[in-house]
Structure formats: structure tokens, C-alpha cells
Design a protein around this ligand. Structure first.
Ligand code: SAM
Length: 264
């Protein structure tokens, strides 16, 4: 099973409870993960042009919606957490004419329908599809919301390297007086879709729900819905020799995958 509609209410009430913590933590400029892993390749794949209309799905505190508006787009941005949208609006006072924020559940087909038909040049969902209990409605809705050739770009934690219960291993060894460190991960399960609780940001008041699906699930869902895959990025942090070598680092193992599906 890859749809957990019965968990949407639970998942939403958890996001309502952690929204303010997340917004306080991410602030105006978001975190290093967003700035270095998600944003550059997402912008490249989405290739926004001035005047285009872009849908930002599960926009959180609107950090990327504002970036899209800065690039000249007209943005419709939604999230099912009213607290997230409150925070997004309060951070977007200078964007009243360019961003329309709405509280909408991405699993509710009727609400999605109201967002318009063949209205969007592009759509984006940054680090969100794995938080949505059932993405089948959204993919179907994108089929009619996007204009012909419109692109949908989304990022998710890389399902091959960040499955539930991924064990991150950081080893340090003194080899003839040289301290050698090595990062690796241990995965015992990938294929079976699974929902579980997770901590996205250390210290968040309660865990939220995450829905792991293997890559083939995403591929088949889009390919069977009139989309073609035409962009694929596996961004990784650049090696930083000055970084703290006492902790696990994502080098050579991409923490996220960013895909672009284009409506035919
Ligand atoms: C990890 S955050 C990412 C937020 C934003 N895209 C970003 O990159 O900063 C995931 C977001 O998905 C939202 N979300 C989860 N399920 C949703 C649903 N069914 N409908 C709308 N938003 C949802 C959460 O409220 C949360 O804001």
C-alpha cells in the first residue's frame, strides 16, 4: 500500500503543532540543506520565466514561493497547515501582488480543482510529497492544472539512501597516526512503502509522519498519468575540508533526489 488517506488528519494536526517551531528554525533564509541541496537544482529544472504562473505545493513558510516571486513569477502557494500559511503570509508582506497563499489539503481533489485548469506554466513541491499521505489525487490534478508541456519539479529525501530506519554510520580510525573518517549508511528495507513517525529538525515538539515510497512508485504514477520524466538531479554537499569531521556528512551519498516530470 502506498496511500494512507486515513492518516491525513493525524499528519495535519502534527504539522499544525510543529509549524511555528519549523518556521522559527528556518527563518527568512531557510537552512543549509534547502539553500545548497534543494534550491539551486530546483530552480535550474523549473527554469522560471518572468510573468509565468507557478504553483507551489505544500509551500510551508513560503521561503521558495518568495524566491519564485523574486524571479518574476505569479505564485499560487498552498499548504494544509493554517499555521504555516499564517507564518508564510506574515513573512510575505512585500509580496501581496505576486503570491496568493491558500490553506488547501493536497489530498482533497475538490479543493485542488478550484485552483484552476490549464492555468500553471509550472508547479513545484519542495521536500513535501513524502509528507503527503496520498499523492494520487495531486498527480491526477496536476494533469489538468498544468498547461501543455508544463513542468512539475519535486524534491524528496532520496528513497534509496533515506528510507525509514536508515542507519547512518560514522567511523573514525587512527591509521599510523593519521585520523581517517568514513561515512556510510546501512539500509535493510527499500521496496515496501511504509509510513512512520520522523524528526525533520532536531528539537521539534513532536514527530511528524513520513510516507516512504520506492522510486518505481513515483515513476509509474507519473508515467501512467500523461507525464514524461525529463529531468533528474541527485545533489550532494560539496566536500568541505574544514567541516567538523566528528559527525556524519552527506558526501557522495545524495540526501535528496529532484525530478522533473513534464505534462505531455
Ligand atoms: C518538509 S515541509 C516543506 C515545506 C516547503 N515546501 C519547504 O521546502 O520549505 C512539508 C510541508 O508539507 C505540508 N503538507 C504535508 N501534507 C500536506 C497535504 N496533504 N496538503 C498540503 N500540505 C501538506 C506540511 O504542512 C509542510 O509544510
Amino acid at each position: 500500500m502506498s496511500q494512507w488517506s486515513e492518516l491525513t488528519d493525524d499528519s495535519k494536526s502534527r504539522w499544525e503543532e510543529i509549524a511555528e517551531f519549523w518556521d522559527d528554525y528556518l527563518g527568512e533564509h531557510s537552512n543549509r540543506f534547502h539553500r545548497e541541496i534543494i534550491r539551486p537544482k530546483t530552480e535550474e529544472l523549473l527554469a522560471v520565466n518572468e510573468g509565468q504562473t507557478i504553483l507551489d505545493i505544500a509551500c510551508g513558510n513560503g521561503n521558495f514561493s518568495r524566491r519564485l516571486a523574486d524571479l518574476g513569477a505569479k505564485v499560487v502557494a498552498f499548504d494544509y497547515s493554517s499555521k504555516m500559511i499564517e507564518r508564510a503570509k506574515s513573512r510575505s508582506k512585500d509580496y501581496l501582488n505576486s503570491i496568493d497563499y491558500q490553506v488547501i489539503d493536497a489530498t482533497n481533489v475538490d479543493s485542488l480543482t478550484e485552483l484552476g485548469t490549464e492555468r500553471y506554466d509550472g508547479a513545484v513541491a519542495n521536500m513535501a510529497l513524502m509528507d503527503i499521505a496520498d499523492i494520487t489525487c495531486l498527480v491526477k490534478a496536476l494533469e489538468y492544472m498544468l498547461k501543455k508541456n508544463g513542468a512539475f519539479v519535486f524534491s524528496i529525501p532520496h528513497p534509496c539512501f533515506q528510507t525509514p530506519n536508515t542507519r547512518k554510520i560514522h567511523e573514525t580510525e587512527d591509521i599510523n597516526g593519521e585520523i581517517v573518517t568514513r561515512n556510510s549508511i546501512q539500509i535493510s528495507k527499500y521496496l515496501t512503502p511504509e509510513s512512520c513517525q520522523t524528526i525533520g529538525i532536531r528539537g521539534q515538539p513532536i514527530p511528524h509522519l513520513i510516507f516512504h515510497r520506492p522510486l518505481s512508485y513515483y515513476m509509474n504514477l507519473f508515467i501512467n498519468s500523461n507525464f514524461v520524466l525529463d529531468g533528474w538531479e541527485e545533489p550532494c554537499f560539496q566536500k568541505d575540508e574544514n567541516a567538523n569531521k566528528q559527525q556524519f556528512d552527506w558526501y557522495e551519498l545524495p540526501p535528496a533526489v529532484i525530478l522533473r516530470f513534464r505534462k505531455m
